[in-house]
Design a protein around this ligand. Structure first.
Ligand SMILES: [Zn+2]
Length: 412
């Protein structure tokens, strides 16, 4: 390899099967930690990261900070299936992660599996191993940490991002010229990025397109290059041309809203025998009442109009489809201002909203107050619904962490 003074490929850290590769910059700066193939039938992210890391380490571009690529679910990747025993992107609940972390501490191995619901599952071992690798990378970080979780979809799709609704993750998502989809974390429990949000890291999921499409690999490559530049690891306008990549990625999402919010989830179980009607592309417009698929009790219709989101065209998975709706970007500004002035702390002054008896980060919403206006207002203030205590519990998103010490990688 040449030009190792500027940036160098390293193979320290996680085991070679887990590690796609890494490039350590000549100067300190942010860590971009990329995780690919958390679902084993989604190899595109792994291929893309390998290409970016190879090109970056061979380019000799001066770099401030570090880029690391990790594979998510190794046995499922080998088998070409979404998962082996349980979905690795649905098991990052606070309590579970705490238990797994406990087992990683010195002397913790004896307690391994204690209190965990899926002892012996392939994904428990993967989660443990992945957490160990992530911990190690975070210790080596020389600046703020960004996490990119690379996925693909079973349907044909334009690229888009998913995220927990923290302001700093929104800012990260908005660096990419593709739709940003909010509110998925309210519909599904235990996605990995929820764990990173709690750590105060900036974290987004990047969906590149259909699982097997070559364009999905290209979209992931483009996204990582664009973010390398936008976050400041490489100089603006450097050789790998993020500008062309930005235009190319933007073209893939042409005509789609900039921001969408998930409004509805159609849950399926194996017994339902759910079949999505063929031919839906992610983000296709549907009207209330449109037939979207069938299950054992007959046609399954859209409960509300909007854009069909993540239609299920694979065997494994609990989500038949979602409906998402365009969100006017102005709402993002409103909610940023409200949270910026600490308005979330006055939520309990609103009629029908009470402090939670046990949790400082949660409020209870009286049954009579559970209408779309109150819930919408709480969303703006950063609260999200939790399925506990019989409903009516809204939990405040992780506090926006203290601003990181200003890093010196900015221009000049
Ligand atoms: Zn996935």
């Amino acid at each position: 390899m040449k030009h190792t003074t500027s940036s160098a490929a390293t193979d320290e850290g996680a085991d070679p099967a887990r590690r796609i590769g890494s490039v350590r910059g000549g100067e300190p700066g942010p860590l971009i930690l990329c995780i690919a193939s958390l679902h084993g039938n989604e190899p595109a992210g792994t291929v893309a990261l390998k290409r970016v890391l190879d090109e970056l380490s061979g380019s000799g571009l001066p770099m401030r900070g570090d880029l690391v690529g990790l594979r998510g679910n190794l046995p499922a990747l080998e088998a070409g299936t979404r998962f082996i025993d349980e979905d690795l992107n649905r098991i990052w609940q606070r309590e579970r992660v705490a238990t797994v972390l406990e087992s990683l501490r010195p002397g913790g191995a004896a307690r391994e599996g204690a209190g965990l619901p899926m002892v012996g599952s392939a994904e428990l071992a993967e989660q443990r191993d992945l957490l160990a690798a992530i911990q190690e990378e975070s210790r080596r970080a020389r600046g703020p940490i960004y996490v990119l979780d690379l996925h693909t979809t079973s349907s044909d799709s334009a690229p888009f991002t998913t995220l927990g609704d923290t302001l700093q993750s929104r800012e990260l998502a908005l660096l990419l010229p593709v739709p940003m989809v909010l509110g998925l974390e309210e519909q599904i429990d235990g996605a990995m990025h929820q764990y990173f949000d709690r750590l105060g890291w900036r974290s987004i999921g990047i969906e590149g397109g259909q699982h097997a499409a070559a364009l999905s690999i290209e979209a992931h490559e483009d996204a990582v290059w664009i973010l390398l530049e936008a976050i400041g690891l490489i100089e603006a306008g450097s050789r790998s041309g993020p500008e062309d990549r930005r235009a190319r990625l933007a073209r893939r999402a042409e005509g789609l809203p900039r921001v969408l919010a998930v409004r509805y989830r159609h849950v399926v179980s194996e017994d339902d025998d759910f079949r999505m009607r063929a031919g839906f592309r992610n983000f296709d417009l549907v009207r209330a009442g449109d037939e979207l698929g069938t299950d054992r009790s007959g046609p399954v219709r859209a409960e509300l109009g909007g854009r069909v989101f993540l239609p299920l065209y694979q065997r494994q998975g609990d989500d038949g489809f979602f409906i998402a709706r365009r969100l006017a970007p102005a709402w993002l500004t409103v909610s940023r201002i409200l949270r910026g002035v600490g308005a979330d702390r006055v939520a309990v002054w609103l009629p029908g909203i009470h402090p939670h008896p046990d949790r400082e980060d949660a409020v209870l919403v009286a049954r009579w107050a559970r209408n779309r206006y109150v819930i919408g207002l709480l969303h703006l203030l950063g609260f999200r619904a939790r399925n506990e205590s019989g409903g009516g519990v809204m939990v405040r998103r992780v506090e926006e962490p203290d601003p990181e010490p200003e890093s010196s990688f900015a221009e000049g």
